[in-house]
Ligand binder design. Structure first.
Ligand code: PLP
Length: 283
């Protein structure tokens, strides 16, 4: 069953847990992580925790729990929920204090939820999806996994309104990433994606795909590209921990990418990602 946790207390998901003066609620003053759990193991747990502590550092939040304590709480959440496959969201905020912009001298807050996987219809992976290109109206610290997702949410809704699966951001004529996923094109057998910088979130699924590509001898080129280069690409795809890898076959207002069906590299990478995440735990 789904379950929640807030500052030491486990509770049902629909139980009110957060005080009104919680800064995550009032300011979005915090950071978060999303972990996908496969057979009781959060995939690339250490990489997600590295990013969590890095994000918190960058907005000057000191996380009140050590890595081992966080892992312990995640373990207990998984145990209590009885879910061996699930989606865990973890939020750290600057804590609970009377509403005022400057940092309060209070401990950070920690909240988590676990739910069954949010499954996508099989057609998403098999047939691919459409995207909407959308101006990137976010701040210039997109490498921080901030709770502030308003531009992402607005862009995603604009995409959904047009019948698209995802909004893909364009800043200064360059494609950065999706509203909740990294974005790639494939041209002449090589993968191309925006380099790691303050303009994108360094995705953990991106890291996994890079490793898979390296091992398979598929060039993984970290070089930004324009919408015109995307339109001329052979293939395109999105990755995130939640959707894993989704082929992109159309761009709203433009038409098909490549032949308009998932390409061989996206299909092969997805096959290998699925094998990696679903393999039995090592030693
Ligand atoms: C803006 C953005 N970029 C990229 C990603 C992909 O990150 P990850 O692969 O770690 O899930 C996400 C995931 O939520 C995201 O929100």
């Amino acid at each position: 069953m789904s379950l929640a946790y807030f500052n030491g207390r486990f509770a049902a998901l629909d139980e009110p847990l957060l005080p009104i003066e919680e800064r995550g609620h009032q300011f979005g003053d915090g950071v978060y992580e999303f972990f996908r759990v496969y057979e009781g193991q959060p995939f690339m747990l250490e990489e997600h925790l590295d990013r969590l502590y890095r994000s918190a550092d960058l907005i000057r939040i000191e996380i009140g729990q050590s890595r081992e304590e966080l892992k312990g709480i995640m373990d207990e959440l998984m145990q209590r929920s009885g879910l061996s496959n699930g989606d865990i969201y973890l939020q750290v905020t600057r804590g609970i204090a009377p509403r005022n912009h400057p940092f309060p001298a209070v401990p950070s807050s920690l909240s988590l939820t676990i739910k069954p996987w949010r499954e996508l219809p099989p057609a998403t992976h098999q047939e691919g999806v459409g995207i909407l290109l959308h101006p990137d109206e976010r701040w210039l610290n997109c490498h921080i996994k901030s709770l502030n997702l308003l531009p992402n949410i607005l862009a995603k809704q604009a995409a959904v309104d047009q019948g698209c699966f995802e909004a893909v951001f364009v800043r200064d004529g360059i494609i950065t990433e999706g509203s909740s996923a990294n974005f790639y094109l494939v041209q002449n057998g090589a993968i191309r994606t925006h380099p790691l910088s303050n303009r994108i979130l360094g995705g953990i699924a991106r890291e996994a795909i890079q490793r898979i590509a390296d091992a398979a001898g598929i060039p993984f080129i970290e070089e930004a590209f324009s919408p015109d280069e995307l339109f001329a690409a052979d293939e395109a795809f999105l990755t995130s921990s939640g959707v894993e890898l989704v082929p992109v076959v159309t761009v709203h207002g433009h038409g098909s990418i490549g032949s308009g069906v998932p390409g061989p590299i996206a299909i092969e990478l997805y096959r290998q990602y699925a094998a990696l995440t679903r393999q039995p735990a090592q030693g």
